[in-house]
Design a protein around this ligand. Structure first.
Ligand code: FE2
Ligand code: FE2
Length: 195
């Protein structure tokens, strides 16, 4: 796997600040992958590519999604904020010829999460919150949690996203609900067992 090759390609597709973010997410993904036993090369690749289409216009994103044979739900169609994760996973397949399902899925679900997240999904989801360039209120809390438990950090990230969306009266993706419910149930079960 040659990340430099992909870095050069995506640096042409985005402003310097987003390219920097992509490199930071890749770096944080590598750190988390080493810590939690995920595939380090895949983590770096998915980190570099996760926002590949974030600056791509809507019609082009839709075309990538169609070319990859992905069917959007009505809610996804109505939520442009969700498009770049989906079109990013389409882009790496149809334009870059990447066939690794784990990398494709980690990009596809990096914003929403989902039920049944793989280890790589979790690493990319959390790295996008905790990368060096992030400075939102609450980031240090998620960083601290990520140092102790990847699952707890995923749950924290999902609850952060859901609270933020709910406060702004925006829709919450069903994948986020499903992921949150699964992780919250897992947490409740493990707390019960620890008693
Ligand atoms: Fe993103
Ligand atoms: Fe990102």
């Amino acid at each position: 796997m040659n990340c430099k090759y992909y870095e050069d390609i995506i640096s042409q597709r985005m402003k310097a600040v987003r390219f920097k973010h992509s490199k930071n997410v890749a770096k944080e993904a590598v750190r988390l992958a080493k810590k939690y036993g995920a595939d380090v090369e895949k983590a770096e690749l998915a980190g570099i590519l996760h926002d590949a289409t974030k600056e791509t216009d809507g019609p082009e994103q839709m075309s990538l999604i169609r070319r990859a044979g992905i069917e959007l739900t009505d809610m996804e169609k109505d939520s442009p904020k969700l498009w770049h994760a989906i079109s990013g996973s389409a882009y790496i397949q149809v334009e870059l010829g990447i066939t690794d399902k784990e990398v494709i899925d980690a990009i596809r679900y990096h914003t929403t999460g989902r039920a049944g997240m793989t280890l790589l999904d979790k690493v990319i989801f959390v790295a996008d919150f905790t990368s060096a360039d992030r400075d939102f209120e609450g980031v240090d809390r998620i960083r601290r949690i990520a140092d102790k438990s990847l699952d707890e950090a995923v749950l924290e990230g999902m609850s952060f996203t859901m609270s933020d969306l709910a406060l702004r009266k925006l829709t919450i993706a069903p994948d986020t609900f499903a992921g949150y419910n699964e992780m919250a149930a897992l947490r409740a079960r493990s707390k019960k067992e620890a008693k």
